[in-house]
Design a protein around this ligand. Structure first.
Ligand SMILES: Cc1cc2nc3c(=O)[nH]c(=O)nc-3n(C[C@H](O)[C@H](O)[C@H](O)COP(=O)(O)OP(=O)(O)OC[C@H]3O[C@@H](n4cnc5c(N)ncnc54)[C@H](O)[C@@H]3O)c2cc1C
Length: 385
């Protein structure tokens, strides 16, 4: 892309949205010497980045037809150890990345048949996923329901505390020199038809060489001219809850998935249970049906949860693109860059997105991992239809 300018000139970058995606990109660009300003209409990190479960699950979530996403996810998993270490070292903050792996338990014969079918597919992709016997899975997680039949074991699908991650990224980005303006909405992106000029904030033009749209589920609502250039991103509602375990005697150690629910234990004793998947726009209602389905499915897997206190319930909005795959790369005018649409994997994909978008902005290089993920694919799909 032609956002690259002479090295002697300090590149001015505006990032719309300070979730984990905008913050991580801002951190990388500020480290490289760019003049970075991040705007967030709310508090930084309060969007999907606050709501997520923090699973870093490239292997277990691999689905047919999602090879680009799998490649991106595996690349990000490989970056996570160094990314987390650098972030913790730079900020002195702990982000609680846990490397216990993920168990996907079968509670019925139907579950077993489905999971073994999934395992066969995962093996065609050479993913490190294996089958555990009932005895073995109960040895690893003694509180699992006595009827458990077996499980998939994914030793490389870990987790991080996404709220701590967002908090640390704010500190890191600021320390590296980025300016973070919260409670400050970008009204629209300004360009002259050929290249970006900046953004409108409070009715005033804020000029920039590069504007990065990282507004998560709200990305479609940040106007561009012409309106046809608006991104096909929608909010996909997810309800979640957290129970309180005794951190000294947790009833779960691994990330656990069973049909219709996942359970994610944190070191601080929180047990995250999620999540519903609802096409309801930006509806923030926590429903009895949503909570019932999550608690019931979690209780079938780990009956001991019935004694735990409910600590928190919440709703978040996954940024879902038309094909549920991220939109990464140059936009329709020079200097406009998209980093959005991370749907259910934005925490996993934070390190690889930050690296690829920083490379694009600073050097004009397009990482082959993001080449198939530009917004242009939607025009091609429309033309082919
Ligand atoms: C219930 C749930 C569970 C999830 N679990 C996982 C998981 O286990 N693992 C995983 O990898 N991913 C998970 N995700 C997905 C992940 O949370 C997202 O993909 C990721 O957080 C997206 O980050 P983001 O920075 O793009 O968006 P966000 O964190 O939503 O940030 C976007 C920011 O843009 C700001 N903004 C919007 N419009 C404007 C504007 N006009 N001007 C200025 N600022 C603006 C918003 O205020 C917001 O802070 C989950 C999501 C949900 C909802």
């Amino acid at each position: 892309m032609s956002a690259t300018i002479a090295p002697s000139v300090r590149l001015k970058v505006i990032i719309v949205g300070a979730g984990v995606i905008g913050l991580a990109i801002g951190w990388r660009l500020a480290q490289a010497g760019a003049d970075v300003t991040l705007y967030d209409k709310d508090r930084a990190g309060a969007g999907a980045s606050h709501a997520a479960a923090g699973m870093l699950a490239a292997c277990i979530e691999a689905e047919p037809g999602e090879s680009h996403l799998l490649a991106l996810g595996r690349a990000s998993q490989a970056l996570w150890p160094a990314f987390a270490a650098e972030l913790e070292q730079a900020t002195g903050l702990v982000i609680d990345r846990r490397c216990d792996g993920t168990i996907v338990a079968a509670l019925t014969e139907d579950d077993r048949a489905r999971l073994q079918h999934q395992l066969a597919f995962q093996h065609t992709l050479n993913l490190p996923v294996a089958w555990l016997s009932a005895a073995e899975v109960r040895r690893r997680e003694p509180h699992l329901a006595s009827g458990v039949i077996g499980a998939l074991w994914s030793p490389e699908d870990h987790q991080v505390d996404n709220r701590r991650l967002a908090a640390a990224l704010q500190v890191a980005a600021r320390q590296a020199g980025a300016t973070l303006l919260e409670q400050t909405a970008v009204e629209h992106i300004v360009h002259d038809g050929a290249r970006v000029q900046g953004v409108m904030v409070g009715g005033a033009l804020q000029e920039a060489d590069v504007v990065i749209l990282a507004a998560g589920a709200w990305s479609r609502g940040v106007p561009l001219v012409p309106p046809a250039a608006r991104l096909p991103v929608r909010p996909v509602k997810g309800q979640m809850l957290a129970l309180r375990m005794d951190p000294a005697a947790p009833i779960l150690r691994h990330v656990l998935r069973v049909p219709d629910v996942y359970l994610v234990p944190r070191h601080d004793g929180r047990l995250i249970i999620g999540a519903t998947v609802e096409e309801k726009g930006f509806d923030r209602t926590i429903t009895a049906g949503g909570m019932l389905s999550l608690i019931e499915a979690a209780w079938r897997a780990i009956p001991a949860i019935e004694d735990l206190a409910i600590e928190e319930t919440w709703v978040g909005f996954r940024p879902g693109s038309r094909d549920d795959t991220p939109i990464l790369g140059s936009g329709p005018v020079d200097g406009l860059v998209y980093a959005t649409g991370h749907y259910r994997n934005g925490i996993l994909l934070t390190p690889v997105t930050a690296r690829a978008i920083a490379d694009l902005v600073l050097h004009g290089t397009v990482d082959p991992l993001i080449q198939p993920l530009s917004a242009a694919r939607f025009q091609r799909q429309a033309a082919a239809a």
